[in-house]
Design a protein around this ligand. Structure first.
Ligand SMILES: Cc1cc2nc3c(=O)[nH]c(=O)nc-3n(C[C@H](O)[C@H](O)[C@H](O)COP(=O)(O)OP(=O)(O)OC[C@H]3O[C@@H](n4cnc5c(N)ncnc54)[C@H](O)[C@@H]3O)c2cc1C
Length: 408
């Protein structure tokens, strides 16, 4: 069976849905094809179920520029549909956004399902045909154009234009299994290396398991190789049974991944990155307490016994009998708790995929392929990714909007 449309969009995540809504401005006959039994499975997981829709800081030129080549690619796109337009879109359609001090925007209801519901309502109002449980298994090309797409049930769809919005490879259980990457390659596009990003880090040390769930705020995280410091960061981390996660870890995970490819590295936690604690004074003031008690005045209780065992100090030793060498050792540990990273936890646990269809082969104003005449891209399939904080969904809204608007 063959069906004909003006636009066929492959992938019903945030990028594909926004592309469909945007394409409807041009009064076209649109079909949105999704292999799952429902749309936006990954969108529902975002922001721990609260959906960090966008980030106000994405309007700052320096924030965009800090993304390097990706930022250059996004500058004009964000000026067409950026933070303000995204906020207007959701608010005009009945979902107010709440902006936090750090720029993160969430729906006031704090529910990602409200975001999805709004999007689905828009698709319905715009009479967009939604085809669920339908996996695109093949894309056929004739000269420089796509001639048709074939679904797993052998149905064929012919459209004037096609938008690939199949997402990345992370959290494959949500449907993002990287199908679009193989389609793109088979159509002649170049793929930049695919790596898990915004991903927890696995470490050799088993003791992190005992501290699982303990978060440390505003700590320093330094990376060393052969005793030389390679990089320093500050932020919030969380211990997990496999190693480390939390906002800072997710944001730096790609850099750690790159560093590990080149050399052996050590990650060191600095509990007092701004100002070292005067341990001498602290012990002196609490001479009659045991060191375990003294330390719990300045670091989380759960961490105390580990810091003491790394410093090789008996936890019951009184402050007045701590030796100078012990005190110096303790000072050193508080500024350098070392961990040996094994690697990132992998695509199963990565929030996004780094890499994807090369930016060189996509027009940054329209998201149109420079290789295939009737192909456009939207969302994570493109070699674009931002830090945690709503940037990745904004990339989906922006590229989805532009691709949809441009398919005429
Ligand atoms: C746990 C988690 C939390 C996150 N939280 C945030 C957050 O708060 N803020 C933020 O900005 N970003 C967040 N992200 C990232 C964000 O979810 C992604 O950037 C975004 O979902 C990418 O959207 P997309 O539409 O490009 O792809 P996806 O959301 O992956 O959607 C692609 C769709 O295409 C479908 N598909 C794939 N292949 C085929 C095929 N062959 N045929 C038919 N359909 C197909 C898939 O089933 C899927 O539904 C989070 C990610 C994760 C995993």
């Amino acid at each position: 069976m063959v069906s004909n449309y003006d636009v066929a969009i492959i992938g019903g995540g945030p990028a594909g849905i926004m592309a469909a809504i945007s394409a409807s401005q041009n009064n076209q006959k649109i079909i949105l094809i999704e292999k799952n039994s429902s749309l936006g499975k990954k969108l529902l997981l975002t922001g721990d179920g609260r959906c960090n829709i966008t980030n106000q800081n994405f309007i700052k030129k320096e924030t965009v520029k800090s993304l390097g080549k990706q930022g250059d690619f996004l500058l004009s796109a964000l000026s067409q549909f950026g933070f303000k337009e995204t906020r207007d879109f959701f608010e005009k359609n009945g979902l107010e956004l709440e902006i936090q001090e750090n720029g993160k925007a969430f729906p006031v209801t704090q529910k990602s399902k409200d975001v999805l519901q709004l999007l689905i309502q828009q698709l319905k109002e715009k009479n967009i045909k939604i085809l669920l449980n339908s996996k695109v298994s093949r894309i056929e090309r004739k000269e420089n154009s796509i001639s048709k797409i074939i679904l797993n049930d052998k149905k064929e769809i012919i459209a004037n234009n096609y938008i690939l919005a199949t997402g990345g490879k992370s959290y494959p259980s949500t449907g993002s299994t990287g199908d679009g990457f193989s389609f793109s390659e088979s159509l002649g596009h170049t793929l930049n290396e695919l790596r898990p990003a915004l991903c927890p880090i696995q470490v050799k040390e088993k003791w992190t398991k005992e501290l699982s769930g303990l978060s440390l705020s505003n700590i320093g995280l330094n990376v060393f190789s052969d005793n030389n410091i390679l990089k320093k960061w500050k932020g919030d981390i969380l211990f997990a049974h496999f190693g480390l996660t939390g906002p800072l870890i997710l944001d730096i995970s790609s850099e750690i991944d790159e560093m590990m490819k080149k050399q052996k590295i050590i990650i060191a936690i600095d509990l007092f990155p701004d100002k070292p604690v005067d341990i001498y004074q602290l012990i002196n003031k609490n001479r009659n307490k045991n060191i375990k008690k003294i330390l719990s005045l300045i670091i989380p209780q759960r961490l105390v016994s580990y810091v003491l065992s790394f410093s090789k100090i008996n936890p019951n030793k009184k402050g007045n009998s701590i030796l100078k060498q012990e005190r110096l050792k303790l000072e050193g540990i508080l500024n350098k708790i070392t961990l040996h990273p094994i690697g990132l936890l992998g695509f199963d646990k990565a929030m996004i995929t780094k890499g994807g269809v090369s930016l060189k082969e996509i027009d940054s104003k329209t998201m149109k392929s420079k290789i295939i005449d009737n192909l456009f891209f939207a969302g994570e399939i493109i070699d674009l990714h931002g830090p945690c904080g709503g940037y990745n969904l904004q990339i989906c809204w922006t590229t989805g909007y532009l691709a949809g608007k441009s398919v005429v």
